[in-house]
Design a protein around this ligand. Structure first.
Ligand SMILES: NC(=O)c1ccc[n+]([C@@H]2O[C@H](COP(=O)([O-])OP(=O)(O)OC[C@H]3O[C@@H](n4cnc5c(N)ncnc54)[C@H](OP(=O)(O)O)[C@@H]3O)[C@@H](O)[C@H]2O)c1
Length: 648
């Protein structure tokens, strides 16, 4: 494509010299030019000719370079892909070529003017120059035509790319397709290719004007519309991905519900197997006792003989009836046990809270780690902790061990409490517990007791005055603590907030100021301290009760309470089972502390207490209330009236 422009001055000189020689050889011939004329001509014409040739050569080089750029543009313009990959490069090249063509046109005009100036009258050199100019104009005309072709190809490709994009978008989402506005862009109509009129002066072809100008404009518009539509397509893809994500989330939740259901079915099946085995054992025991009782055998034999001899005899013969056996047998068959692992209640936050939890108060160092890990691996889902228990670090080790064994953080419910020296610094209290437990968040954070102990006192947990009394800031309002608790929800460090040891009086002081209703009130609760007025108020306000010290705390002093023993015998279970089961029909979560693996396991199997059992226990509670003999086992000596009727 390179245009070769030859300087033919030497050739011209050679021809002139040859002609002169011929002329000189002829007899009587004269020189064409005198020496003076010749030297003047040589001096004046040489630079004029070389200036034209130099400019022409430059223009030729410029045309070649532009052709090279055009070839690159043609390659890019012909590319077909779903998305237009090099719009910036194409635009830049188009612009540069446009500039080149316009400059070259201008250069040729100037060269034409120069030639006219040098050769005002027709001569040989003027003719040569004209030929060179025509050659350059032709080459530039070719480049311009090719440029137009390339622009048309590009326009068509943009159209095709857009149709592909539209087809792609419509398959991604109908709504996205619907939202695409019908474009008025000229890109979507076939451009008219302007054919130069016959005989048109190629030199005057303006690459920036008319058709090409329109094409460039169309390309820019097309680019903008295309970028917009590409954005819409990406948005549609993103929203589809989001929808898919939420569908997968729902599927995952369904799968986890199913697996929980399967676990429950498994647990129930185990219960049934346990119960049948228990019934078999009881029947065998009963039979061995019956068979060793000769009088009873004789009695049964007599009944059979009577039935044979007098088939019409009434069923309720006083000799022996099935009623003699069945109640006795029933008393010996353990009631349906309920495996507590998966039983939950709903909190006012929407969270599920397990019905049974492992307590950690007074769980000795060296034992609590094992107890927590063992309980979680055995199926406990709730661990109750507190900063005040001074063992959260070891509880954290137990949690870590359970996680390492496959227990998942999201499947368990961790509770901790802000201690009284931190009730003006709740977030700090929570941070300290989280750090010790090795967790990012707890599921529930409680105000342990509604009071403030001197945060700057002589001890982190139990500051004392010089006289030995607890260092309490009596001017503190517990509602202020609750306001701090409410702010913690936004930190994500706890999923729910609640209170502990709140009497009816304290709740009534708090609730009118609460923006967030406490999710839980954790209180001492058992048949010897039913705290019914708190339970009823909490139920009314949607506050869940967590019952602590259900066995009467250390050593289980309630094991010997008369109705507890009676019900345990009736169901063939241990008193601990009766005391823990008492909270199920009350709709409360129960916390049982133990560091003994067998007990931890045993406490997981509770029973359905029937109406008669609950009446017995409630009558017991009423009797103690009436007699003023309610038993509160946990009451730290703060010297503060918390509003509990048995302590006020
Ligand atoms: N919010 C509060 O102010 C507050 C106050 C008190 C308690 N709590 C929480 O409530 C939890 C439970 O209360 P708690 O610790 O006072 O006492 P608890 O659970 O009523 O009784 C624990 C005692 O009973 C024993 N025990 C457990 N299961 C037994 C079984 N099946 N048979 C025989 N003995 C059994 C334990 O002994 P071993 O450990 O030796 O097995 C321990 O001595 C606490 O750990 C704590 O998390 C909260």
């Amino acid at each position: 494509m390179a245009v070769a422009i030859n300087d033919r001055t030497a050739e011209f000189r050679h021809i002139v010299t040859a002609a002169q020689r011929k002329q000189a050889a002829k007899p009587g011939s004269q020189k064409l030019l005198s020496d003076a004329q010749r030297s003047a001509a040589t001096r004046g014409s040489q630079p004029r000719r070389s200036e034209f040739a130099r400019h022409a050569a430059e223009i030729g080089r410029g045309i070649s370079a532009t052709m090279g750029k055009l070839q690159k543009l043609a390659q890019l313009a012909k590319k077909r892909s779903l998305f237009d990959d090099n719009p910036v490069e194409v635009n830049e090249l188009t612009f540069i070529i446009k500039q080149d063509l316009s400059r070259l046109n201008e250069d040729i005009r100037n060269l034409q003017a120069l030639s006219k100036r040098l050769h005002p009258k027709p001569d040989q050199e003027g003719e040569n120059n004209k030929n060179i100019l025509l050659l350059l104009q032709g080459k530039l005309g070719d480049v311009s035509a090719n440029f137009k072709d390339v622009l048309e190809i590009r326009t068509k490709n943009i159209q095709a790319s857009r149709s592909r994009t539209e087809a792609f978008v419509s398959t991604v989402g109908q709504h996205a397709h619907a939202s695409l506005p019908p474009s008025a862009s000229p890109l979507y109509s076939t451009p008219n290719r302007a054919t130069p009129s016959p005989g048109a002066d190629l030199i005057s072809l303006n690459p920036m004007g008319g058709d090409q100008q329109l094409q460039l404009q169309m390309m820019e518009e097309g680019q903008n519309t295309y970028i917009q539509q590409r954005g819409q397509a990406i948005e549609a893809i993103e929203s589809t991905i989001n929808e898919l994500g939420s569908i997968f989330g729902q599927l995952a939740a369904m799968v986890s519900e199913q697996s929980e259901m399967i676990q429950r079915i498994d647990a129930n099946t185990e219960d049934v197997v346990d119960n049948v085995e228990g019934a078999q054992k009881e029947l065998l025991k009963y039979w061995s006792r019956v068979s060793s009782n000769r009088w009873l055998i004789a009695k049964m034999f007599g009944v059979l003989v009577c039935r044979l001899l007098y088939p019409s005899a009434p069923a309720n013969t006083d000799l022996f009836t099935p009623d003699d056996i069945l109640p006795a047998l029933a008393a010996r068959i353990p009631s349906r046990t309920i495996r507590m692992a998966n039983k939950t209640f709903k909190l006012n936050t929407g969270q599920d809270i397990p019905a049974l939890g492992l307590g950690t108060w007074q769980s000795e160092p060296g034992k609590v780690k094992e107890a927590v890990a063992y309980a979680l691996k055995a199926g406990y889902k709730l661990i109750d902790c507190a900063y005040c228990y001074a063992n959260e670090e070891e509880v954290g080790q137990g949690l870590a061990e359970a996680f390492a064994a496959g227990v998942k953080r999201e499947d368990i419910f961790v509770v901790t409490k802000v201690w009284a020296t931190y009730t003006t610094r709740c977030e700090l209290g929570l941070d300290k517990s989280l750090q010790k437990l090795g967790l990012d968040y707890v599921d529930l954070f409680l105000v342990h007791w509604p009071l403030l102990m001197n945060p700057e006192g002589n001890d982190d947990r139990f500051p004392k005055l010089p006289n030995g009394e607890r260092d309490i800031i009596r001017s503190h309002n517990h509602v202020d603590t609750w306001k701090q608790m409410e702010k913690l929800l936004a930190t994500g460090k706890t999923k729910a907030i609640g209170v502990s040891n709140y009497s009816k009086r304290y709740l009534e002081q708090l609730l009118p100021h609460a923006t967030v209703i406490p999710a839980v009130n954790q209180i001492e609760n058992h048949p010897a301290l039913p705290q019914q007025e708190i339970v009823d108020l909490c139920k009314e306000k949607g506050i869940h009760i967590m019952a602590y010290s259900p066995l009467g705390s250390t050593g289980g002093p309630l094991f010997t309470a008369e109705p507890v023993v009676k019900i345990a015998e009736k169901h063939g279970v241990k008193p601990a089972t009766v005391l823990l089961s008492y909270h199920l029909p009350r709709g409360s979560t129960v916390l049982a502390k133990s560091v003994t693996p067998e007990r931890i396991k045993e406490n997981m199997s509770l029973i359905d207490l029937d109406g008669e059992d609950m009446k017995l226990l409630n009558d017991y509670s009423d009797k103690l209330t009436k007699e003023g003999k309610l038993q509160r086992f946990v009451y730290p000596p703060f010297g503060v009236d918390f509003g509990f009727p048995d302590k006020s």
